[in-house]
Write a protein of this length. Structure first.
Length: 116
């Protein structure tokens, strides 16, 4: 297991709940033969721009392999499903797990600690 991050990712203000999600995600990615890269953690800006990233309570996880190719659909589906099972609210967790495959900034999974 390894915690990897893309160059430029800001680790300041990362809350323990986010680190826990990253550790769980790293285990999930590894089970599916992939490395887990954080592509975004803390971001400054208005609430509308950064949401829980601005509080250190969100992480974006990349969906590309070491060559830069996007994971295949079944792999992404399996990773998202397992993250939702292990962290998601429907299963007793306190995290939102969002598949942002078609996101403007590139395909990723957004995980945020939001116990409401």
């Amino acid at each position: 297991m390894g915690l990897h991050f893309k160059p430029g990712v800001d680790l300041r203000n990362m809350q323990p709940q986010t680190l826990l999600a990253w550790i769980v995600a790293s285990e999930v990615y590894e089970r599916h033969g992939q490395a887990c890269f954080a592509t975004s953690l803390y971001r400054e800006g208005t609430w509308e721009q950064v949401m829980l990233h601005g509080k250190g309570l969100a992480i974006d996880l990349g969906l590309r392999d070491s060559t830069g190719a996007v994971f295949d659909g079944p792999t992404i589906d399996a990773i998202v499903a397992e993250l939702r099972t292990r962290l998601g609210k429907p299963y007793g967790g306190q995290y939102d797990v969002v598949d942002e495959r078609a996101a403007k900034g590139g395909p990723h999974i957004h995980v945020e600690f939001d116990p409401k």
